[in-house]
Design a protein. Sequence first.
Length: 180
Amino acid sequence: MNEIQLHDKHFELFISSEEILTKVAALAKKIEADYEGKEILFLSILNGSFMFTSDLLKNIQKQLEVSFIKVSSYSGTSTTGRVDELIGLATSIKDKHIIVVEDIVDTGITIDKVITLLNASNPASISVCTFLYKPSAFKGNSVPQYIGFEIPNKFVVGYGLDYNQLGRNLAALYQLKETN
Ligand code: 5GP
Ligand code: MG
């Protein structure tokens, strides 16, 4: 499939499934080497990172823990307005080596908030492993340590990422066509 339609928009093939799996396996090997002798707790941010997390962890040949969390933001009643919280963090992260697994780091606002919230629980370390990174959109504090692909500032779907909830099941990555 070189071209797909989701809702009203057309997308074209951007990164093939084979290319993705090769890169994800290489990322897994790098993490394995960097964390030799350390136990890792992977925190996968739902919904977008489910497919990336699955492929990544199948390629890591060591004992590890994985847990799935969501980020929610809602308007609180305080004068500061927005309140953010992590949903689903059941296990203690104190003194653990955490790798946060994200689908995409765009402006970096989401991942910065996640790191701030996690740091409050005093883990031994935190790093970020993201499938995609848009350097030209990034305004965050720290660039992710592990990056699958750096991509231009265009909207993408597939491999977990959605357009209005569709497209998450696609095994390849697709980019919005200019002429929609
Ligand atoms: P942030 O700007 O905080 O780094 O990213 C926020 C969220 O925007 C991401 O977690 C992701 O859900 C969404 N996002 C950013 N760029 C894209 C994109 O190109 N495609 C899709 N499907 N979602 C994106
Ligand atoms: Mg996301």
